[in-house]
Design a protein around this ligand. Structure first.
Ligand code: FAD
Ligand code: SF4
Ligand code: SF4
Length: 465
């Protein structure tokens, strides 16, 4: 290992495409560390004995160990350390909210910037993908069949972990492409589809059967899966049902949910001339919301040629989106109207014409612990727009619950599970990811898929014995 640590208080910069250029293309914005930058960044790690960073990673990646391998130039060894705990390192290295997880606990963050753990994870995963041709061996069939509903990070992880143990796993996916939010929600410029496709191909090589265009609750029910011979079912159906504000004008033409807008662009190539699922090429787009979804929708709209304004009812400090995404959005010329809340979407001949909003101020914290926005009387503002995108959150779709007897959900529609196993209230049925928690993160969904795979294996192994 290099003997001298790098005591710079700053992370190595992540090279990015020029904002003026990237605001007009869909190619990846962050370009990744080269070897020299990765080695320099790895040398910032102090290899702390008590490993505070590991406690901040929801799946407990042995962070100092993988960084130590980088310093030894053993990049494949680093990859192996990461994949002991995580099955999607190229994805998490790109989209994990590192600043509030592993990096938030890094001791180097006390007097400067934390070690760029996510950037190093991405470097290692990209190095592996570029240099190692790994065709996983299909394990011998252990005699048990498991069904997985949904092919997002929770479903893919559960399917992969079980397939490696010899289970015959079938993934049922409602859409025509596997990957969940990783392909239909997060845009290409943040997470290239090829990375997700590689993970899906690995699962197929392990023998996982992925059946697309199958909606559980319509095409087949959970009980029919058991009748077909599946001994356990994992539900990883996400939280894809968009929320709206229920204000006048939301049914006007030119109003989209962020999910619909992003799906049309990401999956159906709506930005291309002559595609079957066109999307508006608006002049002025207003995006309502302040999370990652709002940033993705705004930056996509910008790439389609619109002037884009994000309207958010709190201040920049409370924005739930990752700081890096907000910074990238600003660099690309997205405008922000903070402390502003929509009252009505105004129309002309059935189409969006403007959005009428009210200015807000912050008051004492609400139940979520964040400062509560309250309206300032007589402070209305109207923003001209021909397209409005609602990005104010999503909920789990009630379809599976409504067609599955014995499956209990909470008042927000999240499936109720036993935390340690992912077991639901219906025997043999497990669940995890956004379908349980509501909209959360990739790494939490992945962790839930792992937990359920272990529990399913433990349960079905009892039968084996
Ligand atoms: P999903 O990824 O939602 O996958 C569920 C799958 O189930 C979907 O493919 C769906 O089609 C399928 N399905 C649903 N119902 C059925 C049914 N009845 N039958 C068959 N299939 C069904 N997280 C981060 O960590 N970082 C980010 O930067 C980030 N950005 C995001 C940006 C956007 C635009 C969105 C929408 C989310 C973002 N998230 C981010 C959140 C993250 O993507 C999710 O938390 C994660 O994908 C949840 O994984 P999941 O497996 O539970 O569900
Ligand atoms: Fe950090 Fe996410 Fe990687 Fe864990 S998976 S080490 S939280 S970037
Ligand atoms: Fe390295 Fe930071 Fe973790 Fe310490 S806390 S081992 S410096 S990454």
């Amino acid at each position: 290992m290099a003997s001298k640590p790098n005591m710079s208080n700053k992370k190595n910069l992540m090279p990015t495409q020029d904002p003026a250029v990237r605001a007009h293309n869909f190619q990846e914005v962050a370009l990744g560390y080269d070897e020299a930058a990765a080695l320099d960044e790895a040398a910032r790690c102090l290899n702390c004995k008590n490993m505070p960073c590991v406690a901040g990673c929801p799946v407990g990646i042995h962070i100092p160990a993988f960084i130590a391998r980088i310093r030894e130039l053993d990049f494949e060894g680093a990859y192996q350390v990461i994949t002991e705990a995580s099955s999607l390192p190229a994805v998490c290295g790109r989209v994990c909210p590192q600043e509030s997880q592993c990096e938030a606990r890094c001791v180097r963050g006390i007097k400067g910037e934390p070690v760029g753990i996510g950037r190093l994870e991405r470097f290692v995963a990209d190095w592996h993908n570029a240099h190692i041709e790994s065709a996983p061996e299909k394990p011998a069939f252990n005699g048990h069949r498991v069904a997985v509903i949904g092919s997002g990070p929770s479903g893919l992880t559960c399917a992969g972990d079980l397939a490696k143990k010899g289970y015959a796993v079938t993934v049922f996916e409602a859409l025509h492409i596997a990957g969940g939010v990783l392909v239909y929600g997060i845009p290409e410029f943040r997470l290239p589809k090829a990375i997700v496709q590689k993970e899906v191909d690995t699962l197929k090589a392990l023998g996982v059967d992925i059946q697309t265009n199958v909606v559980i609750g319509k095409t087949l029910t959970v009980d029919e899966l058991f009748a077909d011979g599946y001994e356990a079912v994992f539900i990883g159906s996400g939280a894809g049902l968009p929320n709206f504000m229920n204000i006048p004008g939301e049914s006007l033409m030119g109003v989209y949910s962020a999910n619909e807008f992003l799906t049309r662009n990401n999956l159906m190539k709506a930005y291309r001339e002559g595609c079957d699922t066109p999307v508006m090429h608006a002049k002025k787009t207003v995006v309502v919301g302040g999370g990652n979804v709002a940033m993705d929708a705004a930056r996509t709209a910008k790439r389609l040629g619109a002037e884009v304004t994000i309207v958010y009812r709190r201040t920049e400090k409370e924005l739930p989106a990752r700081a890096e995404e907000v910074e990238h959005a600003r660099e690309e010329g997205i405008h922000f109207q903070m402390l502003t809340n929509p009252l009505e979407i105004e129309g002309k001949d059935g189409w969006v014409h403007a959005i009428r909003c009210q200015r807000m101020r912050l008051s004492e914290p609400d139940a979520s612990g964040r400062a509560r926005p309250v309206p300032i009387e007589g402070s209305e503002v109207t923003i001209e727009a021909d397209c409005v995108i609602m990005a104010i959150g999503t909920s789990p779709n009630p379809l599976i619950k409504s067609t599955t007897e014995g499956l209990e959900v909470n008042r927000r529609g999240g499936i109720i599970v036993e935390e340690a196993t992912g077991a639901t209230t219906k025997a043999g049925v497990y669940a995890g990811g956004d379908a349980v928690t509501g909209a959360a993160t990739v790494i939490l969904a992945m962790g839930a898929g792992k937990t359920a795979a272990q529990a399913i294996d433990a349960k079905l192994s009892e039968k084996k014995a």
